[in-house]
Design a protein around this ligand. Structure first.
Ligand SMILES: [Fe+2]
Length: 276
C-alpha cells in the first residue's frame, strides 16, 4: 500500500489496494494509519458492491443510518446522495462547509463515500484540516478556546429542508430525536491526540458563555480561518472513486458547480464517540 499525498497538510491517494477483495488485518492497519496521518484518504477504481462498502465501514465501527436521506434497499446504513434533474429541478442543497452530524451526542468517526454517477465536469469535494487550523492559531487564542463549548443544532442545519413543502412532517422524528447539544470548541482526537477546532457553519449556532454578538464574531473568524486554502485539499471524482474521511478532525464541502448534471454518491457513516 502506498500513499500519495495531495498536499503537505491533508489528503492522500492510496495505491495498490483492492477494496472488493477480503480486507486483511495488514490492509486495515495500513488504511487506519493513513487516515490518522492524512485525515482524508482516496481510492481510485473501486467498483464497490454494497457488501464491500459495508465491510470496510464495519472494520472501523458500527455503521450509522441517517434518517434524513434515502438508502439502498436491504442496506439501511447505505445512504444515497443523489441529484438527478430528471427527478427534481431543485439544485443540491448542501452548500456550506461542515462536519457531518455534529448535532449528535456522538458524532460520526468518519464516512466512506463512493462515486457511482459523476457529472461530466465539476462536482469536486473539498476537505479542510481542523488540526492544522487549530495549530495555526496564536497560543492566546488556543488557550481562550480550550474550555469553551458550542451548541450544535439539527434544526438549524436542516432549516431549509424543514421549510420545504412537507419537510416538517418528513423530518419530525429527526427533530424530536435531536435537540440542540453542546460539544467542546476544541476537541482532542481520541487516537492521534491532535487538537482540532470543532465548530462548523452548518450546525453550530453559538459559543456558550459569550454574548450573541461576541459568539457571532468569533465563529465568523473561525469559519474563515478554518478554510484557509493551505489547510484544504480538493478531490476530483471519477466513477468508482472512494473517499474515507476522519469526521473528528475535518470539515468538508461539496462544490455545487455541476448542476443540472446528474450526480449519485453512496455513503456509509461510522459511529463515533463523544467529543472531549
Ligand atoms: Fe457531509
Amino acid at each position: 500500500m502506498r500513499f500519495e499525498p495531495l498536499t503537505h497538510t491533508i489528503g492522500a491517494i492510496v495505491h495498490d489496494v483492492d477494496l472488493t477483495q477480503p480486507l486483511t488485518d495488514a490492509t486495515l492497519a495500513g488504511i487506519r494509519e493513513g487516515l490518522l496521518m492524512h485525515e482524508v484518504i482516496f481510492f481510485r477504481d473501486q467498483p464497490l458492491e454494497p457488501a464491500h462498502h459495508r465491510a470496510l465501514a464495519e472494520a472501523f465501527g458500527p455503521p450509522k443510518p441517517h434518517g434524513a436521506y434515502p438508502h439502498i434497499p436491504g442496506y439501511e446504513e447505505l445512504t444515497i446522495l443523489e441529484n438527478d434533474p430528471r427527478v427534481s429541478l431543485e439544485p443540491p442543497r448542501i452548500d456550506s462547509w461542515h462536519t457531518d452530524m455534529t448535532f449528535l451526542e456522538r458524532p460520526p468517526l468518519g464516512s466512506i463515500l463512493h462515486a457511482v454517477i459523476i457529472p461530466p465536469s465539476g462536482g469536486d469535494t473539498m476537505w479542510s484540516s481542523l488540526s492544522r487550523a487549530y495549530d495555526a492559531l496564536s497560543p492566546s487564542m488556543q488557550e481562550f478556546l480550550l474550555d469553551k463549548k458550542a451548541i450544535h443544532d439539527f434544526s438549524w442545519g436542516f432549516r431549509h429542508s424543514l421549510a420545504a413543502p412537507g419537510g416538517r412532517e418528513r423530518l419530525a422524528a429527526m427533530v424530536e430525536a435531536n435537540p440542540p447539544r453542546e460539544h467542546p470548541v476544541v476537541r482532542t482526537h481520541p487516537e492521534s491526540g491532535k487538537k482540532a477546532i470543532y465548530v462548523n457553519p452548518l450546525f453550530t449556532t453559538r459559543i456558550v458563555g459569550l454574548t450573541q454578538a461576541e459568539s457571532d464574531a468569533l465563529l465568523a473568524f473561525l469559519y474563515q480561518h478554518m478554510i484557509t486554502p493551505e489547510f484544504t485539499c480538493r478531490f476530483r471524482w471519477e466513477v468508482n472513486s472512494v473517499a474515507f474521511w476522519d469526521n473528528r478532525i475535518t470539515l468538508h464541502r461539496p462544490v455545487n458547480d455541476y448542476w443540472p448534471a446528474h450526480r449519485r454518491m453512496q455513503r456509509i457513516t461510522i459511529e463515533g464517540d463523544r467529543p472531549s
